[in-house]
Design a protein around this ligand. Sequence first.
Ligand code: HEC
Ligand code: HEC
Length: 312
Amino acid sequence: MNRLLDRLTQNGKFHPMWIVLAVTGVLIVASIVFIPARYEGSKEPKQKIAVADHAAAETLPEPDAGQHESKPEPAVIQTTHFTPPAERDMPTGEMGDMIKLGRNIFVHTQVYAKNLVGNGLNCVNCHLDAGRKADSAPLWGAYVMFPAYRSKNHKVNSFEDRLAGCFRFSLNGTPPAYNSKEMLALTSYSYWLATGAPTGKELAGRGYPKLDKPPRQPDAQRGAAVFEKNCAICHGADGLGTKVNAQYAFPPLWGKDSFNAGAGMHSVKNAAAFIKANMPLGKGNSLSVQEAWDVAQFVDSHDRPPDPRVKK
Ligand code: HEC
Ligand code: HEC
C-alpha cells in the first residue's frame, strides 16, 4: 500500500491508479446508500390488510398483527418489498418436481386435485398469476407469516391449516391430508416462492390492500349496474362463468360451482378489497371505492353452496 501511494504521488503526474481508487470509493458509498434502501423498502406506512369480522374461513390474522413489535427507533421501516423468484429459476431434481407439482395443483386444481374439489374453481382464480401477484393474497406473502394465531378458530394455525381452509371453503371441497403429497407440494411451491424473504415480517402486497369504507352503505342494486357494465362480459350476464372444454375460462361468481358461504370471498369486505385491486382482470383499481363495495355486495347476495360448518 505504501509503495502504491508512493508511486501515485511521486512523479506528480496523473496516474491511472487514481481512477481505480475513485471508482472504488464511489462504489462503496453507493452500496451504503442503496443496499439498505433496497432491502428495507420504501418509507410508506405499512399497508394493513382488510380483515372481515365475518364468519369467514379465510380472513387474515388480526388486523393489527405485527404492530406490537418493539420499535427501538421511530424511523424503523416496516414495509419490506419482495419479488419472488422467476418461473425459469425453478430448481430441477426431486425438489424441483415437488415445487412444480405444487404449482400445477395451484393453477390447475381441477386437474391435479380433482377429487379434493367440490366446485368449478382453481386456487389461481383468486390468487392471481399462479399465486405471485401482490395484492391478491400471494403465496409468498402468506408463507412467511405462519404459524400464526387466528382469532377465526382461536388457535395457532400451521401453514397447512391455512391451505386446508381454502380447500374447504373457497373450493367447497376436502382438504388434503397433512402428510399427503398434495400438501407437501403446495407447501414446497409456497416455500420456493418466498425464497429470500424474511420470516415473520409482513411483506408489501400481502393479502389485499386496505380498502377505505364506502362513502355510502354498499348497495346490491347499484352493484348490479356495476356488474353489467364491468364484469358480465367475462363472468357472464348470469355470473355463472364461461366454460371452454368443460373447464371455466372465466370462473363463476356464484351458483353451485362457486365458493361456498363460509369462504373468505363471501365476506363483502374481503370481496370488495379483492375486486378493487384486481378486477376487472387487467384493470385493477379502475373501479371507485363505492363501486367495488357495491358490486361485492351484489356478488355476495347470490345463492352459493352452504357453509359446511352450519348444520342443516
Ligand atoms: C374464491 C376465492 C379463493 C380461492 C379459489 C382460493 N382462495 Fe385462498 N384465499 C382467499 C381469500 C379471500 C383469502 C383471504 C385473503 C385476505 O383476507 O386478505 C385467502 C387466503 C389464502 C391464504 C393465506 C393468505 C395470507 O396472506 O395469509 C392461502 C395460503 C391460500 N388462500 C391458499 C389457497 C389455496 C392453496 C387455494 C386452492 C386450494 C386457494 N387459496 C383458493 C380466496 C380464495
Ligand atoms: C376481462 C375479463 C374479466 C372481467 C371484465 C372481470 N373478471 Fe373477474 N375474473 C376473471 C378471471 C379470468 C378470473 C380468474 C383469474 C385467474 O384464474 O387468473 C377472475 C376472477 C374473479 C373473482 C374470483 C374468482 C371467483 O370466481 O369468485 C372474482 C370475485 C371476480 N373475478 C369478480 C369480478 C368482478 C366483480 C368484476 C367486475 C367489476 C370482474 N370480475 C371483471 C376475468 C374477468
